[in-house]
Design a binder for this molecule. Structure first.
Ligand code: AP5
Length: 192
């Protein structure tokens, strides 16, 4: 199995690049943001709980997202590998993921971390907020809260994977195709 984490702050292009990477490398895309929005859309108890946090730009509690990822891993035993997008987002989530993958006798091959300036992140998210209907995109205060939450709780997750030399920084500004080419170069080196 080849498992990778696409890492980066809100608006860095994780979702955009994931869509292209899963097609090229035949990976299963696991986005906790998408899974949570699916729960909200279906008005499940989990979705209603998560919405309170997401609308404020805060992280949803670890046990909720770890449970979701655990079920998703079990649901796809035959895949070539997983692309994790927006997960893990805390050190506790990273530790839980390592254990879940160990049970499947696999591990994370690489974490590709997209680097984008804060000014560009806010610009991208406000622009998307004009049409996306995402409640966490349509105001500057919530977008900035998401970025603060990223620096406080999520950025340290990279340190967890740096210990095993698995983190590669990739420039996340430029055209979507240029960034895709940079990501593919890193993946191809590790697959060959
Ligand atoms: P989530 O859905 O994961 O959102 P996010 O990380 O905040 O990031 P986005 O999806 O907004 O951005 P992205 O990096 O995927 O960029 P995208 O490609 O979309 O999380 C939402 C919330 O759910 C969290 O705040 C939290 O509450 C909760 N949550 C999720 N996972 C959790 C977890 N593990 N633990 C706890 N809570 C969790 O691009 C953004 C925009 O930029 C798009 O409009 C795109 O078209 C545009 N764009 C992309 N690339 C470029 C480019 N190169 N140039 C110009 N524009 C570009």
């Amino acid at each position: 199995m080849f498992n990778l984490i696409l890492f980066g702050p809100p608006g860095s292009g994780k979702g955009t690049q994931s869509e292209k990477l899963i097609v090229k490398y035949h990976l299963k895309h696991l986005s906790t943001g998408d899974l949570l929005r699916y729960e909200i859309h279906n008005q499940t108890p989990l979705g209603l709980e998560a919405k309170n946090f997401m609308d404020k730009g805060q992280l949803v509690p670890d046990e909720v997202v770890i449970g979701m990822i655990s079920s998703a891993l079990e649901a796809h035993p035959e895949v070539k590998g997983f692309l994790f997008d927006g997960f893990p987002r805390t050190s506790a989530q990273a530790e839980a993921l390592d254990k879940l993958l160990e049970l499947k006798k696999t591990s994370i091959a690489v974490m590709l971390a997209l680097e984008v300036s804060e000014e560009e992140l806010v610009k991208r998210l406000l622009k998307r907020g004009e049409t996306s209907g995402r409640s966490d995109d349509n105001n500057d205060t919530v977008i900035r809260a998401r970025i603060v939450e990223y620096h406080k709780k999520t950025a340290p997750v990279a340190d967890h994977y740096k210990k095993s030399d698995k983190v590669i920084m990739v420039k996340g500004e430029g055209s979507v195709d240029e960034i895709f080419a940079s990501l593919c170069k890193e993946i191809d080196q590790r697959l060959s």
